[in-house]
Design a binder for this molecule. Structure first.
Ligand code: PMM
Length: 298
């Protein structure tokens, strides 16, 4: 709460409001949009459509991290991701690469990606931090307790907010010790990663605290996740709606995140979230300066 401008990330534009990161998963099996944008041309077209709907940047990933997912091999991940990054960059899009592999980050940055989004926060691949440090690009450090294949068994917490803050701080310190500039680091609570629905909800309730305690810009990626399905399923235990029917719920989290000063939200369907962040910004302006506890909410 120190007046640090928590929407400023060195090396990226400032949008003056919560940014919207649109997701393009170039995978056959992603949790919520697997198989839909699997060839390069379709994936590039999808990224452009997201920009048209209001995305400020597009996150391109080639490996599913849904619970239980097995790893894709490196050559295949490169084959999926790099041409899509190159295609979108060629169209003037600000691209982020979603990968746990240093080689993929390296080649995506060479193809023009401007941000590396690593769900493992640099822990899955020992070369990731040095590669990001050398490239001098911003780095998303997400809260992570292990690979997707068995992450649900790690969803055990006493005080989830405290533990996520402490573990994220350790990951950030590791990245900084490895040469990544602190001003280029974005933190992310990793909703759905080694977390049960109650943990995710507690973290969404504590976004202002995460932001204040970690002192870095915050990325919130609730889009279509299981905890929203659980909320929408209702108390009678009815089956949760499928992932693609969770976009209105996602936009509700976007509004909360924007109000709590998040730097960006990561979403599969952009329009509703793009509208939500604009409404929150307008309400913030109408309310006058410092609407939620300082920190340059913009
Ligand atoms: N979640 C997924 C993929 N990448 N990146 C960040 N920074 N944070 C997340 O929570 C995150 C991510 C999994 O979601 P998807 O497969 O439905 O896109």
């Amino acid at each position: 709460m120190s007046g640090v401008p928590l929407r400023t990330v060195d090396g990226l534009p400032e949008w003056g409001r919560c940014a919207v990161m649109g997701v393009v998963n170039v995978t056959p099996d992603s949790f919520s949009d697997g198989g839909r944008f699997f060839d390069t041309a379709t994936a590039v077209k999808r990224g452009l459509a997201l920009v048209h709907e209001g995305a400020d940047l597009v996150d391109v990933g080639g490996e599913s991290t849904r619970p239980g997912a097995q790893r894709v091999d490196e050559a295949e991940e490169l084959r999926r991701v790099v041409p899509v990054v190159r295609g979108l960059v060629g169209e003037g899009v600000l691209v982020s690469v979603d990968t746990m592999r240093a080689s993929v980050a390296e080649q995506a940055v060479a193809a023009g990606a401007r941000l590396v989004n690593d769900v493992s926060g640099g822990r899955a691949d020992a070369r990731m931090v040095p590669v990001v440090a050398d490239a001098g690009v911003p780095f998303v450090v997400m809260h992570w307790r292990g690979q997707s294949a068995d992450m649900n068994s790690r969803a055990v917490y006493g005080d989830v907010v405290r533990e996520v803050v402490d573990e994220l701080r350790t990951a950030v310190d590791g990245a900084v010790a490895g040469g990544v500039a602190a001003e280029r680091i974005v933190v992310d609570p990793g909703l759905g990663f080694a977390k049960q629905a109650g943990h995710d909800l507690a973290l969404v309730a504590a976004l202002s605290r995460l932001r204040a305690e970690l002192g870095r810009p915050l990325l919130v990626a609730a889009s279509r996740k299981r905890f929203l399905g659980r909320v929408l399923a209702g108390p009678d235990g009815a089956a949760p709606p499928p992932a693609r029917e969770r976009d209105a719920a996602t936009a509700a989290v976007t509004a909360l995140a924007a109000r709590d000063g998040a730097w960006a939200v990561r979403v599969h369907e952009v329009r509703a979230s793009a509208d939500a962040v604009r409404v929150v910004a307008a309400v913030g302006e109408a309310a006058g300066p410092v609407p939620h506890g300082g920190g340059g909410a913009g």
